[in-house]
Design a protein around this ligand. Structure first.
Ligand code: BG6
Length: 489
């Protein structure tokens, strides 16, 4: 069995909006996701709004709001992210559990609206800054390095709603103020940073939402350009304040296979991967737009506004590492008569060689080895898998145990795949499985879709003590880390 390097960064991952709670405490401002109600496996999440006369309303997540409506929290709705799983008050307990597991790297995000509540303030919110100082001090006590995402789907609501969000170039500067503030404030506490979570995800939308509007795709190219510039400036700044900073791009790991050996499917898969993955990866890793960009812009009729200085910014802010989420693979096909797969990361034809999770996400451990080799072959920079895991229903037994052999099997196979990729020569430096402590699902807003090695007592309607319980996978992962990935039984 392959032995992982001694300094391999075994870890776990979370994000503020799905984990932290305390949505209206400590001076925190609102985000769009505060207005997101829960969905289910079958139904998309919805979002709530208020009309100018105060009348409340609700629409499905990807539908536009009625004219004049503003996103808002309304009476009689349950909002899963408001309390999430209450890390805001239970951080000491959670970090002690991470320490007990032997975790060395904790991926978390700083809620932008906790530092700049509307995003446009000149001065940061001291209470928000102090909260993260406390968290970083507790991590340090356990010997755990933080890996901090600056923006994990939680741009302040005021920026999104009043300023036009990331389509507006002003947002680049507002993000810059936030990034410079936290990178300076925590320069002695944080070495590892990620700029935008799954930055490429807007370009993946057409593959899992049929009839995704072309106009939305056109604006997504502008959103991404503005985020690339904002990210590049943040990378540069990180090195100015801390020489050994490691800043990564974070890509939604779209690992796609041709559904058939029809050459049309092979080409279709290649072009899909260029659009949904390498477009963003190439700009952030290599510092310039890839040659195929023009074809994509023409395909969607997109005009990307670039200002003087952008090209230089992109070139001087290349990331130090590539990080990505990987849940499973998908297939791509030009053939209409195939059974379709479901789940965000499992679009295209249903792969007969794969198992699917209860939520329809394809499970493909060897795809992780393939994908690591692909990314390393293309970019030759250090890699981290910063999200991976199985969302599943768990049962808390009367004695406080949780038996989750399905999750252990999933993680074991992916750890083996990473070991194989290391043996292939891939420079993989870390692994942070998603939702290491149960948290809220992003796609469905459910609690029932659990990824953690620690169970949190909370249900889909917001009931439960929020107490933490060690699952069987907790002990398994601890052993895995202690044995440097050798003891996987
Ligand atoms: C990734 C996101 O897409 O997938 C996370 O970065 C998300 O925020 C994770 O939680 C798993 O998705 P879900 O929908 O099962 O929570």
């Amino acid at each position: 069995m392959f032995r992982f390097p001694k300094d391999f960064l075994w870890g776990g991952a979370t994000a503020a909006n799905q984990y932290e709670g305390g949505w209206d405490e400590g001076g925190r401002g609102m985000t769009e996701s505060d207005c997101a109600a829960a969905g289910s496996v079958a139904a998309l999440r919805s979002k709530t709004y208020r009309m100018p006369d105060g009348t409340p309303g609700i629409v499905s997540m990807f539908e536009p709001l009625p004219a004049g409506a503003k996103l808002d929290v309304v009476e009689g709705q349950y909002y899963p992210y408001h309390d999430a799983v209450d890390f805001y008050h239970r951080h000491a307990e959670d970090i002690a559990l991470l320490g007990e597991m032997g975790v060395r790297l904790f991926r978390m995000s700083i809620a932008w609206s906790r530092i700049f509540p509307t995003g446009v303030e000149e001065e940061p919110n001291r209470e928000g800054l102090d909260f993260y100082h406390t968290v970083f001090a507790e991590l340090r006590e356990q010997g755990i390095e933080p890996l901090v995402t600056l923006c994990h789907y939680d741009t302040p609501l005021h920026i999104e709603q009043e300023l036009g969000g990331w389509e507006n170039r002003e947002t680049i500067d507002l993000f810059g103020r936030f990034a410079r503030c936290v990178m300076s404030e925590y320069k002695d506490e944080v070495r590892y940073w990620l700029t935008f979570n799954e930055v490429n995800s807007p370009l993946m939308m057409p593959s899992f939402l049929p009839n995704y509007p072309a106009a939305k795709m056109r604006s997504n190219f502008q959103v991404l350009h503005n985020q690339f510039v904002a990210s590049a400036r943040a990378v540069k700044f990180a090195h100015e304040v801390r020489e050994d900073a490691m800043v990564g791009c974070m890509l939604a790991g779209r690992c796609s296979y041709p559904f058939t050996c029809d050459p049309a499917d092979v080409l279709f898969t290649q072009q899909g991967t260029q659009e949904a993955l390498y477009y963003a990866g190439d700009v952030m890793v290599r510092g310039s737009y890839p040659a195929f960009s023009r074809r994509l812009w023409d395909k969607w009729g997109a005009e990307v506004e670039m200002l003087p200085g952008d090209v230089e910014d992109l070139a001087s802010g290349c990331v130090d590492m590539i990080t990505f989420s990987y849940y499973g693979s998908s297939t791509a096909t030009t053939h209409a008569d195939v059974e379709r797969a479901g789940g965000n990361f499992s679009s295209g034809g249903k792969n007969p060689y794969m198992k699917y999770s209860e939520w329809g996400w394809g499970i493909d451990a060897s795809g992780l080895r393939y994908f690591l080799n692909e990314l390393y072959g293309r970019y030759e920079k250090p890699l981290m898998v910063v999200e991976n895991g199985l969302g599943a229903n768990d049962k808390l037994e009367a004695d406080g145990s949780v038996h989750d052999p399905y999750r252990i099997e999933y993680i074991r196979e992916h750890v083996k795949a990473m070991g194989d990729a290391l043996a292939d020569g891939v420079d993989l430096i870390g692994y942070t499985p998603w939702g290491i402590i149960d948290l809220m699902s992003a796609s469905t807003g459910q609690m029932a879709k659990r990824y953690g090695f620690v169970y949190v007592d909370r249900d889909d309607a917001g009931n439960g003590s929020l107490d933490r319980y060690r699952k069987d996978s907790f002990y398994w992962y601890k052993k895995c880390i202690e044995s440097a990935g050798e003891d996987l039984e």
